[in-house]
Design a protein around this ligand. Structure first.
Ligand code: HEC
Ligand code: HEC
Ligand code: HEC
Ligand code: HEC
Ligand code: HEC
Ligand code: HEC
Ligand code: HEC
Length: 295
């Protein structure tokens, strides 16, 4: 076994301590088990990608704390074993509890904010749809926040939130509207962001990151009294009336009817103007061709 370990460790060129003894087995793409629902769960960890991640220098046991470093023992994985738990995680599945404890151990500041947020409180209440750290960040291949590949980089934030907030089936349970993402994409901010602007607002510019609260909670950055300061980060001297100007409401004939009808009129205006111009050019070309043929 020792020989096996040494050869494999060297072949992989692994230098960081506490990884080689796990890769002996987990570097094999075929390694898999069946999860609790009987579905295939791959136990393969891509060495190269892991090494490039922000945690690439950490030993595997930095997160998998209950795994003994002795490979012979490590193979005897005890699933569903109870970890020393923090009370607010008690209603998560054992697997998610392990994941949360791992992240919280080293990122205390983010964890403390998250725990008090609408998402953290939902986890405490046993809500199975609320995001835990790995839903937004991933687990083994977390890139730097500033990397284009990061799921939480400004440009990619709307898609990360949309995974849940555009899911009508999930959101109906909590009475949260789903036109959020659509209305954001159609706003000045969404359009600017889609064009790649670094200055444009993404969801977290207004709502915060780990400290997100419901808009009617006084702790929320978009609670009416806090809005001028929130908008003021980018719109200098934003007044209360300006700050009230953004909502996620998509105008319809019933809600915000005036805005809706102005939108309809505008669309028709563009249609008639551009259509008229196209028609004019077409008729002009036809006339010239006819003139040329007559000659
Ligand atoms: C000798 C081969 C071997 C070594 C060495 C090994 N593992 Fe595993 N590991 C396995 C096998 C086989 C399973 C599936 C066991 C089962 O059926 O539950 C597994 C399962 C796991 C799981 C999945 C647990 C679950 O059910 O969700 C994790 C996490 C894990 N190993 C981490 C590690 C870590 C960390 C190390 C190094 C400290 C390590 N392993 C070393 C063979 C190995
Ligand atoms: C930054 C923390 C972290 C590090 C470091 C880490 N893991 Fe994991 N690992 C996790 C989390 C969190 C999960 C559970 C993911 C879930 O519940 O979906 C996990 C799950 C696993 C699984 C189960 C299959 C899967 O991908 O869900 C295996 C096997 C595993 N890890 C092996 C390893 C090995 C081997 C290393 C070292 C090369 C390692 N891990 C390093 C956090 C980590
Ligand atoms: C053993 C301590 C440790 C654990 C456990 C750990 N991290 Fe980290 N994490 C770090 C360190 C150290 C860095 C900084 C790496 C760097 O800056 O190069 C980091 C960086 C990060 C970053 C990138 C920050 C940036 O500036 O771009 C994210 C995101 C992150 N960790 C999330 C997680 C998540 C999610 C988990 C749980 C799956 C986790 N971490 C578990 C120590 C840890
Ligand atoms: C709802 C999605 C979401 C959840 C859940 C979440 N994060 Fe984050 N996290 C983000 C976003 C977005 C950023 C990027 C912030 C930025 O651009 O500065 C971030 C940034 C980070 C960073 C980089 C440093 C920083 O604060 O900017 C770390 C470390 C981190 N998160 C750890 C965690 C941990 C640990 C948890 C669980 C307790 C967690 N995150 C839960 C979305 C999330
Ligand atoms: C894994 C799914 C998931 C992800 C990802 C997610 N959320 Fe949520 N979010 C929820 C659930 C579920 C609730 C409802 C919690 C409750 O009311 O108990 C919620 C509640 C909220 C609320 C409060 C709504 C209200 O009026 O009560 C806001 C604001 C929010 N999320 C913003 C965000 C933002 C911004 C992001 C991205 C950075 C995000 N969420 C990512 C699942 C998610
Ligand atoms: C992260 C920075 C940021 C935040 C926070 C932010 N905005 Fe903006 N906003 C922008 C940028 C950038 C533009 C595009 C300006 C341009 O094209 O000149 C914009 C454009 C607008 C416009 C279009 C008219 C104009 O002035 O160009 C309105 C209205 C607006 N924002 C309202 C708000 C409101 C209300 C809030 C707070 C609830 C807010 N914004 C928060 C960055 C931000
Ligand atoms: C310019 C600032 C701004 C941006 C950007 C923004 N929001 Fe909001 N958000 C608000 C304000 C203000 C409210 C409260 C008024 C309302 O509900 O329309 C709100 C309300 C919400 C709610 C609660 C809705 C409900 O029915 O309870 C959720 C969830 C939400 N936003 C998620 C998001 C997500 C996801 C994104 C990105 C796709 C995003 N927000 C982008 C300012 C913003």
């Amino acid at each position: 076994m020792l020989f096996f370990l040494l050869t494999f460790g060297n072949l992989a060129g692994v230098k960081a301590p506490g990884q080689a003894e796990c890769w002996v087995c987990h570097d094999r793409p075929a390694l898999a088990i069946q999860d609790a629902r009987g579905q295939r769960l791959s136990l393969y960890v891509d060495v190269a990608r892991f090494r490039e991640s922000v945690h690439g220098q950490q030993p595997c046991t930095a997160c998998h704390t209950n795994f003994p470093t002795d490979p012979a023992q490590a193979a005897q994985v005890v699933r569903g074993k109870r970890w020393p738990q923090q009370e607010f995680l008690a209603r998560l599945s054992p697997r998610n509890q392990v994941a949360m404890l791992a992240c919280m151990r080293c990122h205390e500041a983010e964890a403390a904010e998250y725990r008090a947020s609408v998402h953290g409180e939902a986890v405490k209440a046993g809500n199975p749809d609320a995001p835990i750290c790995i839903d937004c960040h991933g687990h083994h291949f977390i890139p730097k926040v500033s990397s284009p590949e990061s799921q939480v980089r400004d440009l990619n934030v709307p898609a990360t939130c949309a995974k849940c907030h555009q899911n009508a089936l999930v959101m109906a349970k909590y009475d949260v509207r789903t036109e959020i993402v659509e209305s954001f994409a159609a706003s000045f901010h969404g359009e600017k962001l889609a064009l790649g602007s670094a200055r444009a607002a993404d969801c977290t510019s207004c709502h915060g990151v780990h400290n997100i609260h419901a808009p009617d909670d006084p702790r929320s950055t978009v609670f009416p009294a806090n809005r001028p300061a929130t908008c003021g980060q980018c719109h200098r001297g934003a007044e209360e009336s300006f700050a009230a100007g953004f909502t996620h409401t998509v105008p319809t004939r019933q809600v915000e009817a005036l805005v809706y009808w102005i939108g309809v009129l505008y669309t028709w205006f563009i249609f008639v103007t551009i259509g008229g111009m196209g028609l004019y050019i077409l008729l002009d070309v036809a006339r010239r061709v006819a003139n040329w043929l007559e000659k």
